[in-house]
Design a protein around this ligand. Structure first.
Ligand SMILES: Nc1nc2c(c(=O)[nH]1)N[C@H]1C(S)=C(S)[C@@H](COP(=O)(O)OP(=O)(O)OC[C@H]3O[C@@H](n4cnc5c(=O)[nH]c(N)nc54)[C@H](O)[C@@H]3O)O[C@H]1N2
Ligand SMILES: Nc1nc2c(c(=O)[nH]1)N[C@H]1C(S)=C(S)[C@@H](COP(=O)(O)OP(=O)(O)OC[C@H]3O[C@@H](n4cnc5c(=O)[nH]c(N)nc54)[C@H](O)[C@@H]3O)O[C@H]1N2
Ligand code: SF4
Ligand SMILES: [Mo]
Length: 809
């Protein structure tokens, strides 16, 4: 076990914190999440500045910015008034997004490890090194990608791995983020992706947050709701959560639960809807079936049950029992059931990591869909279950492109022979090229990589792009930190493409400098199915190059070495792009990469997959004109029409006439959605005498994940300089800890020293503590648990038992 802050003394850590926390509290208020920041108007700016549109680099809200470029540098960033998502507003991160490019220590050269040092090498050598590793053992190679990959980057990696190397060891960081939302959608509707969209927030009467903090994590989206209120509209906001946050401050009701209390609450609502006969019988009879998990070897299909059986299974979940399980008073459960029982209200549910990072994530996702279906709060604007994604392209690049170890683009599955054949057809590959066995999911991938080969660790090389697993994987001391022990893992090789030095590059064997955001072309897909395109505006620094080019260059090197998989059925290179005269353009040579728009080429190829599951995309050129379009996008006359709400005849072009609501991808093939019963189960780890506190982890407004970008933006890092332990004043007193004191926090997996912040921005109840994960010097993931949901394989970062004491030193 190691302590993250070994190098600083407890005393200096404490002095530093006291100075900084005053600033964090003050700045946080100044950047209040619901205010609009001063917006630079494109028209006001200097004439020599060139303005162009791009989606914000950071969160899944998907705001659009206008980027002003002068003398080859991003000069200013303004909110885009023409964008429907943000209507000119930005949050504090969006406002400073341009500065993320200009940290002093950008990576500019490929670096190869030589013992304890790194040597600058040429790109040609770097590409050879990767090709050597892959060629020597293609089946022991894995690609670890990201929901921050652009769609073309993810698509290129997908085609290279599954279509080229017949290797399904491709998984993204979104496994840590969205996987349970995906399985929840699949279990309920038979197809992934949200039915509603952000317009729900403009139309709902009641907004329920099921354990997320949009005031800090989707700030501009949340401001849409608060704006309505300031215009005098009546809207009831309800926060269900394990700690008070900035979101709680805006809500009329706060239902404080213990971890996994959500499962009891959802069952409690369903119990009362049936008991009070306030469920929507017509909706249920017309459009729904009932399911419960199979008794043995449960699957996403489940076991059909009758309404009567469903009712019986819910019987134990009386409001009093739910209070006992969740900690939420019985009257509040009745209040929720009364709201859902009122068909005149429009109710939107929002959720994000509280429900996804959960060892029963699939279950709780389907249960919240179930509450909406049972009560008929579905299919009308403002009346919908709306799951939020976190990363800017977790939906676009991971869910739609299918960059998970068991999926193919267009909602196709690796295990399905017909789906493989369809993908081989579209990619023009020989029959049988795609490997029928799913690859290793994130936790398994790192487990295999950090286990010596002779002990069964059968992944030797991982290539990481646009993610920082050395800081963000759970249970780092098991899944990642063994890499520090290079002797045991001497035959392993880690390749990292990043833009800055990080906790991951520190352990890499080969570091590749990447171009970021507007230094390259890109396409993202946000939380509401909106596909957003942008063009390269400036050159990357030094020898930094596009991630997509890196993948294609390696593929071509293997092609030059006659690796069979790099050819299609006609013997052509997998990523062949031809000019008008039929000549191949050598896009694998950096000097020629921008001779053609590779993004456009890849996107239009990928688009063919989108028709397979009614996720229709428009041609690339349509996205150039728009501030994003929500799929399915279909052509009507000469117009390309986006879709706001799916499965509802009024809005969705694929619903048959006269059906009203049609779940046309129903897993039971009868156009019905599935309402699931799942029993409440406790979290994987609960506090006991030895480890008496529940540690929950997450984010803060100012920082993006591992902080590699936002901690290099002075305004943001000044506003929130370092990680802290949020603890209830009574608990702190019991431990003799004051504000700024350094606490030692220990779990069964690791320990760290961290300053205490009492009465800070948010507040934990007694027995719960919170630590954010943005701070590279205080790695909270040394403490977290790697237990995961059995279906989605998504780990639970929100519930680890810890003990706390005063740090000595
Ligand atoms: N500023 C900023 N914004 C971001 C990001 C960022 O790094 N910084 N990251 C983006 C990404 S990728 C993501 S995934 C999102 C995350 O967005 P959120 O999910 O909103 O944020 P987190 O801080 O991860 O999660 C905090 C919530 O988890 C809830 N919780 C804890 N345990 C449970 C439980 O058992 N059940 C339920 N239902 N809830 C529980 C708590 O109540 C708390 O409100 O934010 C996105 N936006
Ligand atoms: N304790 C705890 N841990 C968590 C979570 C939690 O709630 N609690 N949440 C989990 C979730 S939901 C998520 S989504 C993950 C996020 O975890 P990560 O994806 O690992 O975190 P990021 O900091 O977003 O990493 C992105 C990396 O890409 C680099 N980068 C930026 N732009 C580019 C580019 O264009 N190309 C390349 N090659 N690199 C680029 C950045 O410098 C950064 O190092 O964290 C997970 N980990
Ligand atoms: S809400 Fe998200 S997308 Fe919008 S400006 Fe802030 S970080 Fe960027
Ligand atoms: Mo995430």
């Amino acid at each position: 076990m190691k302590t993250s802050t070994q190098s600083t003394t407890v005393d200096t850590q404490r002095r530093l914190f006291i100075k900084q926390s005053a600033m964090a509290a003050a700045t946080a208020i100044a950047h209040g999440t619901t205010m609009s920041l001063p917006i630079l108007n494109a028209a006001d700016a200097h004439s020599a500045v060139n303005w162009n549109k791009a989606p914000c680099r950071f969160c899944g809200t998907g705001c659009h910015v206008q980027v002003g470029v002068q003398d080859g540098k991003v000069f200013a960033v303004a909110g885009d008034k023409n964008a429907e998502v943000n209507k000119g507003l930005l949050c504090v991160k969006g406002y400073h997004v341009g500065s993320a490019l200009y940290g002093k220590d950008r990576l500019t050269k490929p670096l190869l490890r030589r013992g304890d040092r790194y040597q600058e090498i040429s790109w040609n050598t770097a590409i050879n090194v990767i090709a050597d590793r892959i060629e020597s053992a293609p089946e022991r190679f894995a690609f670890y990608g990201s929901g921050q990959w652009t769609i073309p980057e993810g698509y290129a990696a997908q085609k290279f791995m599954k279509g080229g190397l017949s290797n399904n060891h491709l998984d993204p960081n979104a496994r840590l983020c969205m996987a349970s939302a995906v399985t929840g959608f699949l279990a309920t509707y038979g197809v992934d992706e949200p039915a509603g969209c952000y317009d729900d927030l403009d139309a709902c009467d009641v907004l329920i947050m099921w354990g997320n903090n949009p005031a800090e994590m989707h700030p501009v989206l949340f401001s849409r709701v608060i704006d309505r209120r300031s215009r005098g509209e009546k809207i009831t906001l309800i926060d269900i959560g394990t700690r008070r946050t900035r979101t709680t401050q805006e809500c009329q009701h706060y239902l404080e639960m213990v971890g996994h209390g959500d499962m009891a609450i959802a069952n409690g609502i369903a119990h009362l809807l049936i008991k009070n006969k306030t469920y929507d019988q017509k909706f249920v009879d017309s459009f729904c079936n009932f399911k419960s998990p199979e008794d043995e070897n449960p699957t996403l299909h489940g076991k059909p049950i009758t309404f009567e059986e469903y009712k019986k299974l819910l019987e134990p979940y009386t409001p009093e029992k739910v209070e006992e399980l969740s900690g939420v008073p019985a009257d509040q459960i009745r209040m929720l059931a009364d709201l859902f029982g009122n068909s005149k209200l429009k109710i939107t549910s929002l959720w994000c990591m509280g429900m996804n990072q959960h060892t029963r994530g699939t279950a709780i996702n389907s249960m919240v869909h179930g509450v909406h279906l049972l009560s008929g709060h579905f299919g009308k604007p403002g009346d919908a279950p709306t799951s939020l994604t976190g990363q800017p392209s977790a939906c676009g690049t991971v869910r739609e492109v299918g960059t998970l170890c068991h999926t193919l683009p267009g909602g196709r599955l690796i295990e399905n022979a017909e789906h493989r054949a369809q993908s081989e057809e579209l990619w023009n590959l020989p029959e049988g090229r795609i490997n029928p066995v799913p690859g290793a999911h994130t936790v398994a991938m790192w487990d295999k990589f950090c286990t010596p080969s002779d002990e069964g660790g059968d992944i030797d090389t991982i290539w990481v792009q646009v993610t920082n697993p050395g800081q963000t994987l759970p249970h780092l001391n098991k899944l990642f930190n063994p890499l520090e022990d290079r002797k045991r893992l001497k035959d392993k090789f880690l390749i990292v493409s990043d833009v800055y030095p990080t906790a991951t590059t520190r352990l890499a064997d080969l570091i590749l400098p990447s171009a970021m955001w507007v230094e390259k072309n890109g396409v993202f897909g946000n939380s509401e199915r909106r596909t957003q395109q942008w063009f390269k505006m400036i050159d990357p620094p030094g020898d930094a190059r596009d991630d997509c080019w890196q993948t294609i260059a390696v593929a071509h090197r293997l092609h030059e070495r006659r690796v069979e998989g790099m050819k299609d059925r006609d013997g052509e290179f997998l990523f062949n792009v031809k000019d008008d005269s039929g000549e191949s353009i050598p896009i694998w040579e950096w000097e020629h990469y921008y001779d053609v728009n590779v993004d456009e080429h890849l996107f239009n190829e990928y688009r063919e997959f989108s028709f397979m599951k009614h996720k229709n995309l428009a041609p690339y050129s349509e996205y150039v004109k728009a501030r994003g379009l929500r799929w399915p996008v279909v052509q009507q006359g000469d117009q390309w029409q986006e879709t706001k709400f799916r499965f509802s005849e009024e809005f969705d072009p694929f619903v048959e006439e006269g059906k009203g609501i049609q779940f046309y991808h129903s897993s039971t093939h009868d156009d019905r959605a599935q309402i699931w019963f799942h029993p409440w189960v406790p979290p994987a780890e609960v506090p006991n005498e030895e480890y008496p506190f529940m540690l929950t982890t997450g984010r803060v407004l100012e920082h993006w994940h591992s902080g590699s970008m936002t901690r290099r933006i002075p305004e943001l890092s000044r506003a929130m300089p370092g990680a802290y332990l949020e603890i209830h004043p009574d608990d702190a007193e019991g431990l003799h800890l004051n504000n700024g004191d350094i606490a030692l926090v220990e779990s069964r997996r690791g320990s760290l020293n961290i300053p205490v912040w009492i009465n800070g921005r948010a507040a934990c109840p007694p027995g719960t503590v919170f630590i954010p994960f943005f701070d590279e010097t205080i790695l909270v993931n040394d403490l977290t648990l790697d237990a995961f949901d059995p279906f989605s394989k998504q780990p639970d970062y929100k519930k680890s038992a810890v003990k706390i004491s005063r740090a000595q030193g």
